[in-house]
Design a protein around this ligand. Structure first.
Ligand code: FAD
Length: 402
């Protein structure tokens, strides 16, 4: 049994937690990473926007997984609602804002492997515990975490990266606002007979977006958001009927589909923690915010959380301050709130305009898309904001080390 005393403990070995732990350890902060394996294999992919890629590059992670990612050069949104008030098709080209790519799409498991390998190669400054945190005891000067293995870790700051049902959030007494959507996301990875030309296509249907995102080769990931009953019926189809159904919904733009092994189904919800930090615990990733998968924001936000808490803690320690103090946690809240609120609002609004039968709302959506497609400066501003937000820029997100 170990009793480890450290500066920072990160609970949760998903992509947000691993990134935070690596960033802290690389900056010389004594860090513990406490992670239990996820309950099921993740077959999702993540469209990593440019600033996230720059952060992974600065941390020496991107170099070991970039060959598994496909560049996203063009993003297309097609109104497939069949409604009277339909929005104009909108196309975002990275060349319009002088970029080679908006970002890169890769399978979560490839990203996790690269993160995990990097974390385990760091030795001294990052101690990895492959065990679940079972209880968290908050003291005046530190927090003690008990692990299922019988080990204990105490730290001045705990980074809660333990996902939607966060033990850290509960231990800090932080409540959250949650709304469930009447939608399920089905996730598939597909091989196809026509090339994707690095174009991601989002078909907006009255039940939610049907999004094809390029993967390396003639392959794409599909996130099919729909009514839970439709999702159940589609998921129950045999392979040939399923492929036919998906091809029909994709308007055959990528030709014939062949499913790769492994799928996923996710009930959609929006959830935001009322505070991102309290009692020596800072929340990052889905412990802090859950968004519907529209516009590839969720993990990109989570990586910005990781970059922010690492930067703030490193700066606090270098200034001889306590990384878990209320002052540090307030700094974190101030740095992250506007970004999370604006992205959550945008994803939520876009989702509801799809689901709503309310004509003025559909009209507003149609007008918004029309303006974006026809007014170049507006479209370019939206693209720049999507790729690298103009909110206070974090050092890692600029590709710098801490
Ligand atoms: C269908 C779908 C598609 C998506 N596509 C995109 C996209 O293209 N781009 C994007 O940016 N985002 C996307 N997202 C969002 C993204 O997948 C999530 O934001 C991201 O996976 C969350 O990462 P995380 O590290 O915060 O949490 P998780 O991945 O949930 O990791 C939490 C980890 O903590 C561990 N854990 C939990 N409790 C404990 C405990 N007590 N002790 C120790 N460990 C614990 C878990 O086992 C897990 O490993 C998508 C989401 C969905 C549903």
């Amino acid at each position: 049994m170990t009793m480890l005393k450290t500066e920072v403990a990160v609970v949760g070995g998903g992509p947000a937690g691993l990134t935070a732990a690596i960033a802290l350890a690389r900056a010389g902060v004594k860090t513990a990473l406490i992670s239990s394996p996820p309950p099921q294999e993740d077959h999702r992919t993540t469209a990593l926007l440019l600033a996230s890629v720059m952060a992974l590059e600065a941390l020496g992670i991107w170099q070991s997984c970039s060959d598994k990612a496909a560049a996203l050069r063009c993003m297309r949104i097609v109104d497939d609602t069949g409604r009277l008030l339909r929005a104009q098709e909108i196309t975002f080209n990275c060349g319009e804002i002088g970029l080679d790519a908006f970002g890169y799409n890769m399978q979560n498991r490839d990203l996790l492997t690269a993160l995990d390998n990097t974390a385990r190669s760091l030795g001294g400054s990052l101690k990895c515990f492959d065990s679940a945190a079972t209880s968290i005891d908050i003291g005046a000067n530190d927090v003690t975490i008990a692990l299922a293995s019988g080990d204990h870790v105490s730290a001045r700051l705990v980074v809660g990266a333990d996902g939607r049902r966060s033990l850290c959030r509960a231990a800090a007494g932080i409540e959250s606002e949650r709304r469930d959507y009447p939608q399920t996301a089905l996730v598939f990875n597909l091989a196809h007979t026509r090339p994707h030309h690095n174009i991601s296509t989002e078909f907006h249907t009255p039940q939610g977006p049907f999004t094809l995102v390029p993967l390396p080769g003639q392959r794409s990931s599909l996130v099919f958001v729909t009514d839970p009953e439709i999702a159940q019926a589609v998921a129950a189809l045999d392979e040939p009927a399923l492929m036919e159904e998906l091809e029909r919904r994709a308007h055959s733009i990528l030709g014939k589909f062949k499913a790769e092994p492994g799928r996923g189904a996710f009930s959609l919800a929006m959830e935001t923690a009322r505070r991102f930090g309290a009692s020596r615990i800072a929340l990052i990733g889905e412990a802090a915010h859950v968004l519907p998968p529209i516009g590839a924001q969720g993990l990109n936000l989570g990586l910005r959380d990781a970059a922010a808490i690492a930067e703030i803690s490193v700066d606090a320690l270098r200034a001889g301050e306590d990384p878990g103090s209320d002052t540090t946690l307030h700094r974190y809240e101030a740095l992250r709130r506007a970004d999370v609120t604006s992205r959550t609002f945008a994803a939520d609004a876009l989702n509801w305009t799809l689901l709503s039968d309310f004509l003025p709302l559909q009209g507003a959506r149609q007008l918004g898309f029309f303006l974006m497609q026809t007014i170049g400066p507006l479209r370019r501003t939206v693209m720049r904001e999507g790729v690298a937000p103009s909110l206070p820029r974090l050092r890692l997100m600029r590709g710098e080390t801490l």
